[in-house]
Design a protein around this ligand. Structure first.
Ligand SMILES: *Cc1c(COP(=O)(O)O)cnc(C)c1O
Length: 437
């Protein structure tokens, strides 16, 4: 396919004049892979089309939300009906109750509070944990991303790694003084941190199964270990399921390992492509939230009627059959990627957490068989990923423009799309193999 990018390039110039880096979220930039970000004009099922008319098989899915694919007719109809009734009242509405009930039915949380972004959810969950315990310190893991909450930006994943931003300028030392950052999957480090600060730690927050340094699943019952350690020390265990929630199973990663957190955070899929997120958990903890309790949290557009209509319709359509299909599609894609890279002798490790997976372009096939943490994820041959990414893009497949991100599948991917993908992979594997290291 000829790679016409004139319209995207023109928009990128204009965008760069009015917004830093030309994008409204850093992960959309092509800084790590080079080139001009594609400006999308439309989406239909598993494809997206840019302003130059190039059509791509979409393996980003808006970074997770588009579980059912783009412009699903029932979601579109629900949104249109909601919009025609007015878009916001600043009062309670019925749809937010239905969405709250759906979340409570699918997950172990007793009560839930709706917010507008994953960042807001994790920020509020931390405040609540601190208010509930009366303690200040929090533990997070290197390579986990929990949104751009000041206290959680230390050694964060997602765009923070992609862009190689070392520290967190603008975040004061005082803000992160209470953040303890530990290596992921490292039980000894957690035990040591609790031995030193146990009576000051309000919460441990972790991605339920990390996907923001590439997919690095918990090993050796890490979540159960964290839950137990928190309980023994009077701290809360916060499981961030913004990425995994309602994507991996009906509930999320919870449906895989069954470890019950004190608080959970959700976003992405539950908004059905609109800004909606949530945090929830134990009734006694949630009771500390205003107006029932004194920990303040609020939002003008929280539980917005259009966003909740999109989210509710998406969740109702996300049945067990849909999750089975997502698992199958993901497994097929992982197999196709592995076969294509093996054929060209490109060293790689593919890791999955349910239907989420990512491909690590490791240095040699003698290297580690698995990636367990941030240090492992960082030891990749980035130019090889960049070559692979651009070959895929030119062949009509849109991947995350970063070697540190999960690939997202949708239930709209069909056999034709998989055939498209297979031929793109053959070209991209060859392009990656051509990069000398
Ligand atoms: C995306 C993400 C967030 C942040 O959500 P936003 O809606 O982008 O603020 C938080 N935690 C995890 C695990 C995420 O993947």
């Amino acid at each position: 396919m000829p790679d016409h990018t004139e319209q995207s390039a023109a928009l990128f110039d204009r965008a760069s004049a009015v917004t830093p880096g030309g994008v409204n979220s850093p992960v959309r930039a092509f800084r790590a892979v080079g080139g001009v970000p594609r400006f999308m004009a439309s989406g239909d099922r598993c494809h997206i089309t840019d302003v130059d008319g190039n059509r791509y098989l979409d393996l980003v899915c808006s970074w997770g939300p588009m579980l059912l694919g783009h412009a699903h007719p029932e979601v579109t109809a629900a949104v249109q009906a909601a919009v025609s009734r007015g878009t916001s009242y600043g009062t309670p509405t019925a749809t937010e109750v239905l969405l709250g009930e759906e979340i409570v039915a699918r997950t172990p949380v007793d009560k839930v509070r709706l917010v507008s972004s994953g960042t807001e959810a994790t920020m509020s969950a931390l405040r609540l944990a601190r208010g509930f315990t009366g303690r200040a310190k929090i533990v997070k893991f290197a390579g986990c991303y929990h949104g751009h909450v000041d206290a959680l930006l230390a050694q964060a994943g997602s765009g923070v790694i992609t862009l190689g931003i070392p520290g967190t300028p603008g975040v004061t030392a005082a803000t992160t003084a209470d953040t303890i950052v530990l290596p992921y999957n490292d039980q000894a480090a957690v035990t040591a941190a609790f031995a030193e600060h146990g009576d000051q730690i309000a919460a441990v927050i972790t991605e339920a199964s990390p996907g923001n340094m590439g997919v690095v699943p918990p090993r050796d019952d890490f979540n159960a270990f964290l839950a137990r350690t928190c309980r023994d020390n009077g701290a809360l265990f916060i499981s961030d399921e913004v990425m995994t929630g309602f994507r991996i199973t009906r509930s999320g990663w919870y449906g895989v390992d069954g470890v019950r957190p004190d608080l959970m955070t959700f976003g992405k899929v539950m908004g059905g492509g609109f800004p909606a997120a949530a945090f929830g958990g134990r009734a006694d903890v949630m009771a500390h939230l205003a107006p029932e309790g004194s920990v303040y949290q609020a939002g003008t557009l929280s539980g917005n009627p259009v966003a909740t209509a999109a989210g509710l319709t998406t969740l109702r359509l996300a049945t067990d059959e849909v999750y089975a299909r997502l698992d199958e599609t993901s497994a097929t894609i992982q197999r196709l990627v592995g076969t294509a890279l093996d054929k060209e002798g490109v060293p790689h490790v593919i890791q999955a957490a349910g239907n989420l997976f990512s491909v690590f372009f490791v240095e040699s096939s003698e290297g580690p068989a698995e990636i367990r943490d941030f240090a492992g994820a960082n030891a990749q041959v980035l130019p090889r990923f960049a070559a692979f990414f651009h070959a895929m893009l030119e062949a009509g497949v849109y991947l995350p423009p970063s070697a540190f991100e999960a690939w997202f599948v949708s239930a709209a991917i069909d056999d034709d799309a998989l055939a498209e993908l297979e031929s793109a992979l053959a070209l991209a594997a060859r392009a990656a193999a051509a990069i000398q290291h």
